[in-house]
Design a binder for this molecule. Structure first.
Ligand SMILES: [Zn+2]
Length: 238
């Protein structure tokens, strides 16, 4: 199986990440969002592999508020969200936020799930490393779900994701990545419900999964995409 075949099989409708950022921007222009009147908030994995997507978001929306944790999980909490929202421009008495939230995964040249190579290292590496570590703990039967003060983000990640996993089953990395996407979406919507007042603010939810190819080109599988303007939800198509 080639990379392209694996991409199509696992993530139908994935597109180059520049298209994802450009098309969502164009879609949001029609709803009154633009670079000067909006703050972008971004949550991706801490892995440097995710940086090209973040740079494209900066180039399109300007500097963004960083909500990122391991695997793109949203652990900034109400304080982090309220800070981001409190930094938004005001235009005509309204504030606008875009929330980009995406976990990531690598696919190898022959479609190997999770495989990537990193500059200066001959041996194979993996992405997302945090999800692979969680997967390996489950496979090894050594899963710890306690909050570890020396490993805060990874232990919170495991606690949040474990609720989605059926008892006795270990999902493969593709399934685990999709469960992570679903968890991030739910956590994002919960944080929005706790911190955003739609009476004075419009916002866009822009979620999906970032996929790294073997040639340093990245793709995005578009997930749930919508905008809320004056309290009314509109789906976005890209
Ligand atoms: Zn990662």
């Amino acid at each position: 199986m080639s990379f392209q075949q694996a991409l199509t099989a696992h993530f139908p409708n994935a597109m180059p990440e520049a298209d994802f950022v450009g098309r969502t921007y164009q879609a949001l222009l029609k709803h009154g969002f633009n670079e000067p009147n909006t703050i972008a908030c971004v949550s991706v994995c801490r892995d440097e592999l995710t940086a090209p997507l973040v740079k494209k978001i900066y180039q399109t929306w300007g500097e963004a508020f960083n909500l990122s944790s391991l695997a793109g999980m949203l652990f900034a909490g109400k304080t982090g969200f309220q800070a981001a929202e409190g930094h938004a421009p005001k235009e005509g008495g309204r504030q606008r936020y875009t929330y980009f939230a995406l976990p990531h995964i690598a696919l190898g040249a022959e479609g190997e799930v999770g495989l990537c190579y990193r500059p200066g290292r001959a041996e194979a590496s993996g992405a997302c490393g945090a999800l692979i570590a969680f997967y390996q703990e489950m496979v090894g039967g050594q899963l710890s779900l306690q909050l570890n003060p020396d490993d805060i983000e990874q232990s919170l990640l495991k606690q949040h994701l474990f609720r989605k996993i059926k008892y006795g089953q270990v999902p493969d990395l593709i399934t685990l990545t999709k469960l992570t996407y679903q968890t991030i979406l739910e956590d994002l919507e919960r944080m929005i419900s706790l911190t955003v007042d739609p009476a004075g603010s419009d916002y866009a939810v822009l979620t999906g999964i970032q996929i790294h190819d073997p040639d340093q080109k990245d793709y995005v599988w578009p997930g749930t995409l919508y905008v809320v303007v004056n309290g009314q939800r509109h789906e976005l198509s890209v």
